[in-house]
Design a protein around this ligand. Structure first.
Ligand code: NAP
Length: 250
């Protein structure tokens, strides 16, 4: 059994397991869940809640490696039977393929994929650089599509894409971000048509208190709870596959 002390197998890979703690039997227990962008924010709280449900979790980080190692420890302490923190840059094809190889090598199948990694640049379009535009489109839309395509042969059950209220209505200073999130909803709906055997959702939070919003908004724990409840099938799948978080929390 790996331990937190000897878990560091190579530079960008933390891993550990805790098979002595099977915990209560829930419908999610022992499912394998991959949450992209789970070093901080909504993804971090989501990984933690899945761990509390006794899921095996794959956490990914892009720049916040130290944060990810803390999330990993918290997941193991919460009762995840097996957890890993792996580096992922969704803008880099090689990084995506490396994650697939590592994750599938460890688990063979992924029960639930949560496409959460995201980037937002809150500025008038006039002042956005081409790099700002590219980073948002490549992370939020292109990266999400590529991760989904790369993992599709290994997904057992469910894909949860994290959209946004900004994918349902346009907001000032969020032009490109809104475009990506409208795109995520379109992708979700079309994907669900192609793969009716999979449960596919687009979970749309409103403003949530994370680095993305300068920590203004509702607590990310509330959004994470809706994501985990969605994975339990608590909300009926609507025709547009949307789960609007603030509506659910009303
Ligand atoms: N906060 C809100 O108000 C809000 C509202 C609606 C929807 N959302 C959506 O919710 C999701 C999570 O957002 P958040 O608010 O939790 O943001 P956050 O706190 O800024 O976290 C973003 C996460 O994405 C990762 N990430 C960023 N660029 C990446 C890349 N190129 N490759 C892989 N991972 C990358 C980050 O990794 P590192 O930190 O390790 O670099 C981090 O783990 C996003 O899809 C966002 O659009 C947020």
């Amino acid at each position: 059994m790996d331990t937190l002390q000897n878990k560091k197998t190579h530079e960008h890979d933390f891993s550990t397991s805790n098979n002595e703690n099977p915990g209560p039997s829930t419908c999610l227990a022992n499912k394998t869940v991959l949450v992209t962008g789970s070093s901080i924010g909504i993804g971090k709280e989501t990984a933690f809640l899945f761990a509390k449900e006794k899921c095996k979790v794959i956490i990914t980080y892009y720049k916040d490696k130290e944060e990810a190692s803390l999330v990993l420890k918290k997941c193991i302490d919460a009762g995840s039977p097996e957890a890993y923190a792996l580096k992922l840059n969704v803008m880099d094809n090689a990084s995506i393929m490396k994650l697939v190889k590592t994750a599938v090598g460890k688990f063979k199948k992924i029960d639930i994929l949560v496409n959460n990694a995201g980037h937002c640049c809150t500025k008038e379009l006039n002042t956005q650089t081409f790099e700002d535009t590219e980073a948002q489109i490549r992370t939020n839309l292109e990266g999400l599509i590529k991760i989904t395509k790369a993992f599709l042969p290994y997904i057992n059950e469910m894909i949860i894409n994290i959209g946004s209220g900004a994918g349902k209505k346009g907001y000032k200073d969020l032009t490109t971000y809104c475009a990506t999130k409208f795109g995520v909803r379109g992708f979700t709906q079309a994907l669900a048509e192609e793969f009716p055997a999979l449960k596919i959702y687009c979970v749309n939070p409103g403003r949530t208190a994370t680095r993305m919003t300068n920590f203004k908004g509702r607590p990310c724990e509330q959004v994470a709870a809706v994501i985990v409840n969605a994975s339990k099938g608590i909300y009926p799948i609507s025709q547009d596959h949307d789960i609007d978080v603030w509506d659910v929390l009303k």
